[in-house]
Design a protein around this ligand. Structure first.
Ligand code: FES
Length: 65
């Protein structure tokens, strides 16, 4: 399923870059392009980051938008 329509990035691709070390929406954008177009998918990217942080016990820090 696509998370980012603008850049044709799937949920699996976002999960892979998070697994590889992306910790912010900007990190995700730099690594796979998701969220670098219209920005409407950023909330979903945040949710994926939140889920990954919770499952790994990390504390998530977000930049103010
Ligand atoms: S849907 Fe992701 S930037 Fe537009």
């Amino acid at each position: 399923m696509y998370v980012c329509i603008c850049r044709a990035v799937t949920e699996k691709e976002v999960a892979e870059v998070v697994d590889a070390g992306a910790r912010t929406v900007d990190d995700v954008g730099e690594r796979c392009g998701a969220g670098t177009g219209c920005g409407s998918c950023k909330e979903r990217i945040c949710a994926i980051l939140d889920e990954a942080a919770k499952s790994s016990g990390r504390i998530l820090f977000r930049a103010a938008s």
